[in-house]
Design a protein around this ligand. Structure first.
Ligand code: COA
Length: 286
């Protein structure tokens, strides 16, 4: 079982593929590396793909954090300790908040950003906190019920629910508290990295409006809205998501971060399966 020690804590990760740049993936609240199973499988021929379990999650040691900044420090430490070089950092939901924070605090660690089902602010419904605290299984079931699009199979939903049930309640509650306090709406426009925002059109937890905001604010960022998918878009429509990330990874990531976002357009050809915006975006800096 591959483990990297970060600040004395064993951080478990899964790895596939090879080649540069490394795509490093961070799961969401109460989740684990398996949130990225379809990307670990499906992108192995395109890049070295590394998905980690945050502290207190999956097979990693330690306790969860209650602040996105603290998770970002762990992720930055992991990238450095594992000698991954400049990574394309991908994050789902809370993981996307962590990825934005690493981009803001330590851009020198990154070549690019893939922001999946996430936003620059991640307020959380009171009902989620109430249910997780009163009946954890009920809370997991509720998140699961609103987390998937109408086309998702029961097996897929069950898998995500079981993953969250396997995370200690205090860790998942801490994750949602970290999300609730997260807000970089005013700062995200200062990110100067190639970025791709991906969102399911049926996402109720981080609606498309959040991804549109990210794509508008981060100069040169691209937006992929995916039909027939909810919040767990990377599991629900892996072929479309992987095609988008694969195209993004073809970008000639420079050894140093660009000063003005992506200088050249990324051509995503996903017509009929997802909606791509931003090919001619020169506006949107903020
Ligand atoms: N990107 C762009 N806009 C955002 C945003 C983001 N990440 N987060 C919030 N906003 C917008 C909202 O759309 C809203 O705009 P409006 O006034 O034009 O309607 C405004 O900012 C304020 O929204 P918010 O900070 O979310 O406060 P709220 O009191 O309106 O709503 C919730 C609180 C919890 C009901 C709401 O955030 C929500 O439904 N969240 C999604 C469900 C959830 O729990 N997700 C978990 C994420 S981990």
């Amino acid at each position: 079982m591959p483990v990297q020690i970060v600040d004395g804590v064993g951080i478990h990760y899964l790895e596939t593929g090879g080649g540069a740049p490394t795509l490093c993936l961070i799961h969401g609240a109460g989740g684990n590396t398996l949130s990225w199973i379809r990307q670990l499988e499906g992108l192995a021929d395109a890049a070295r793909v590394v998905a980690l379990d945050l502290p207190g999650h999956g097979e990693s040691e330690g306790d969860g954090c209650r602040r996105i900044e603290d998770y970002a420090r762990v992720v930055g430490g992991f990238i450095s300790a594992a000698g991954l070089g400049r990574v394309v950092l991908g994050g789902h939901s809370m993981g996307g908040g962590i990825a934005q924070t690493v981009a803001l605090e330590h851009p020198e660690l990154l070549a690019g950003l893939v922001l999946v089902g996430t936003g620059a602010r991640l307020r959380v419904l009171r009902r989620i906190f109430e249910l997780l605290a009163s009946d954890y299984a009920e809370g997991c079931a509720f998140v699961n019920a609103i987390g998937f699009g109408a086309a998702a199979s029961q097996a897929l939903k069950d898998g995500a629910r079981v993953a969250m049930l396997g995370t200690r309640p205090e860790v998942t509650i801490g994750d949602f508290a970290a999300c609730d306090a997260f807000d970089v709406m005013d700062r995200v426009g200062t990110i100067r990295l190639p970025a791709l925002a991906i969102c399911g059109e049926e996402d109720q937890l981080t609606p498309p409006k959040y991804a549109e905001f990210l794509a508008q604010k981060i100069p040169g960022a691209r937006l992929l809205l995916v039909e027939k998918a909810g919040h767990f878009v990377q599991l629900e429509q892996p072929e479309i998501v992987n095609a988008g990330i694969r195209e993004f990874l073809r970008y000639p990531f420079p050894p140093h971060p660009p000063q003005l976002g992506c200088p050249s357009p990324l051509l995503l050809s996903l017509e009929g399966r997802g909606r791509v915006r931003g090919e001619d975006k020169g506006e949107g800096g903020g």
